[in-house]
Design a protein. Structure first.
Length: 301
């Protein structure tokens, strides 16, 4: 049996597919735990048992505060944490308390909304708060790649505006459920093909649908290999996104949330446009944001 962990509080990042928990002492991580009990597979009465199955050893015998962000606060989640309308600070002064059967103090961070154009975020606001805590005084645009990539304009510690693009979800759908799945039956990546596709999509975004089918035709008639096809598909989608998001990144300081392949792809796509973006560790930003939320709550009690 390992050494008993006795945290001051517990940070929880609860998304649609995964549940991640961190035993915290101040801003220091004492232990980590993860499960696949995401919001998407739980009923209303399943959240408390799923959380206790993961962190039970950390809250026995004495409960400690739990600060949670993500889809746990959605309408389909444990408790609906109301959206706050931008422009505003990424974190509210108060959090929404989740109903519990046991003596647990679980509080959920609110998401952000935008009226025009209509947009929402839930979970990313905590990462934004963490990024600003790690980079005080920073003004610019934070690019947050993912299934639904977000471009977030930050100024004077507030979220001014943001825009969401479904590029990541489109890549997943096209590569697994469209005719292109027959041309993407293996892994691989061609950096030159990616760069060419980004450039093409930025210069002619209106031709995107035709270029997509051209990937299948190229595979059939010219034997184009998967690394080229996969990189081209990604480049076309990201290039079209960059063309639409130009007002967000042109002439701005840019930071990209993530250190993995997707974040690096955005960084490489921006470089030919004269934009040198810095990469940000996602976990560090999330934990810094949850820590800020915990400190705000503690200061009010």
């Amino acid at each position: 049996m390992g050494e008993r962990v006795t945290p001051d509080w517990i940070a929880v990042d609860w998304g649609t597919t995964n549940l991640r928990a961190y035993a915290m002492q101040g801003a220091t991580v004492l232990a980590r735990a993860q499960s696949d009990d995401g919001m998407g597979k739980l009923s209303a009465d399943g959240f408390e048992p799923a959380l206790l199955a993961l962190i039970g050893a950390w809250v026995e015998p004495d409960p400690v505060p739990v600060i949670a962000c993500g889809m746990v606060g959605s309408r389909q989640g444990w408790v609906e944490a109301p959206y706050r309308t931008v422009p505003c600070t990424p974190l509210a002064e108060t959090l929404t308390r989740a109903p519990t059967a046991r003596p647990l103090d679980v509080r959920v961070v609110s998401g952000l909304s935008q009226a025009n154009p209509a947009d929402v975020m839930r979970g990313e606001e905590t990462q934004v708060a963490g990024f600003l805590a790690l980079n005080p005084g920073w003004d610019g645009v934070l690019c947050m790649p993912g299934t639904h990539t977000k471009w977030v304009h930050l100024s004077a510690g507030e979220v001014v505006s943001f825009q969401t693009f479904m590029s990541g979800e489109l890549f997943a759908l096209i590569s697994t459920q469209s005719v292109l799945r027959h041309s993407l039956d293996s892994e691989g990546w061609d950096a030159d093909a990616f760069a060419d596709a980004v450039s093409n999509a930025m210069s002619r975004p209106e031709a995107l649908a035709a270029r997509l089918f051209g990937l299948r035709a190229g595979n059939l008639l010219q034997g184009t290999q998967t690394p080229v096809t996969r990189a081209t598909l990604s480049g076309l989608l990201i290039g079209a996104e960059l063309a639409a998001a130009r007002p967000y990144w042109l002439g701005q300081n840019i930071a990209i949330l993530g250190l993995g392949d997707q974040a690096r792809a955005y960084k490489e796509a921006l470089r030919p446009q004269g934009v040198e973006a810095m990469l940000v560790d996602t976990e560090k930003a999330t934990l810094a944001g949850l820590t800020a939320a915990y400190r705000n709550t503690k200061a009010l009690t």
